[in-house]
Design a protein around this ligand. Structure first.
Ligand code: PEP
Length: 256
C-alpha cells in the first residue's frame, strides 16, 4: 500500500521566537509545491510553538513538540503536558529521542507513559528508537530496536498504532555527519515492520510510517528515502536551514 511520506524537522534547543519565524516563513514558501504529497512537520522548541502555529496557518506544514510529560497537570516544575501542546496547535509529539534517553533518563517505560499521554490528548507520537554504536558493533541492533518498539507500543491496539510514526534513528548517526547507508536503514526498517506485523497484523504494519533519522542531508536524502520501507525522514541539523530542509522534503519518494 502507498504510505504518504512524512518529513519532520527537529529543531532541538535552537531558535528564538524571532529566528523561528524567519525560518518557518522561508520553509513555507519553499515546500508549498509538494502540497499534500509529502507530510511536512516542524518541531520547534516549546517557546516558539504558538508563534510557529500562527505562521503555518493555511499551509501544508504541521506542528510537533519535541517531548511532553505524562501527567496532565500538577506539581511538576518545568514540565509541559500533552493537553497544553494540543491547545497551541500541535499534531505530533516526538517521544523517546535518543538525546532524551541519553541526557534525561528516558526509558522504554517512560516512553510508553508519554505515548499514552499523547494519545489521550488526541495527538500523534513520533516514537524514536535506535541503537548505539556499541550495540551495533555488538550485533544487537535488531534486538535493541525490537525491545524499544515493543516497550513503546505496550497497551496499544492496532487501530491506534497504525497512526503512529516510528523514527528509526541510529544513535551513532545523530548529529555526527555519519548517516546509515540506505541498505542499513532498509534492513532495520523492514525488521521494524515485521515486528509490527507480529504485534498487530500485516494490514496494520503496512500503514505505519517509519522515518529514518540521523545526519539526513540534501545529498543523501533521496537515496535513503528511495528504500521501500523508509517513509520519510526525521531531520535535525539540516532542518535549521530552509533550503536544506526543503530539498530533503522534495527528495521524498512519492508513490503514484
Ligand atoms: C535528530 O535530532 O533527530 C537528528 C536526526 O539529528 P541530525 O539530523 O542532526 O543527525
Amino acid at each position: 500500500m502507498a504510505r504518504r511520506p512524512i518529513v519532520a524537522g527537529n529543531w532541538k534547543m535552537n531558535k528564538t521566537v524571532g529566528e523561528a519565524l524567519t525560518l518557518v516563513r522561508e520553509v513555507r514558501g519553499m515546500v508549498s509545491m509538494v502540497r499534500d504529497k509529502v507530510e511536512v512537520v516542524m518541531a520547534p522548541p516549546f517557546t516558539a510553538l504558538p508563534a510557529v502555529a500562527k505562521a503555518i496557518e493555511d499551509s501544508n506544514i504541521g506542528l510537533a513538540a519535541q517531548n511532553c510529560f505524562w501527567e496532565v497537570s500538577g506539581a511538576y516544575t518545568g514540565e509541559i503536558s500533552a493537553p497544553m501542546l494540543a491547545e497551541v496547535g500541535c499534531t505530533y509529539v516526538i517521544i523517546g529521542h535518543s538525546e532524551r534517553r541519553q541526557h534525561f533518563g528516558e526509558t522504554d517505560e517512560t516512553v510508553n507513559r508519554r505515548v499514552k499521554a499523547v494519545v489521550d490528548s488526541e495527538l500523534l507520537p513520533i516514537i524514536c528508537i535506535g541503537e548505539t554504536l556499541a550495540e551495533r558493533e555488538g550485533g544487537r541492533t535488531l534486538e535493541v530496536v525490537t525491545r524499544q518498539l515493543t516497550g513503546a507500543l505496550s497497551g496499544f491496539d492496532g487501530a491506534q498504532a497504525a497512526r503512529f510514526v516510528i523514527a528509526y534513528e541510529p544513535v551513532w548517526a545523530i548529529g555526527t555527519g555519519r548517516n546509515a547507508t540506505s541498505s542499513q536503514a532498509q534492513e532495520v526498517h523492514a525488521h521494524i515492520r515485521e515486528q509490527l506485523t507480529s504485534l498487530f497484523d500485516r494490514e496494520i504494519s503496512q500503514q505505519v510510517r517509519i522515518q529514518y533519522g540521523g545526519s539526513v542531508k540534501p545529498d543523501n536524502a533521496a537515496d535513503l528515502m528511495s528504500k521501500p520501507d523508509v517513509d520519510g525522514a526525521l531531520v535535525g541539523g539540516a532542518s535549521l536551514k530552509a533550503a536544506d530542509f526543503a530539498a530533503i522534503v522534495k527528495a521524498a519518494r512519492v508513490e503514484s
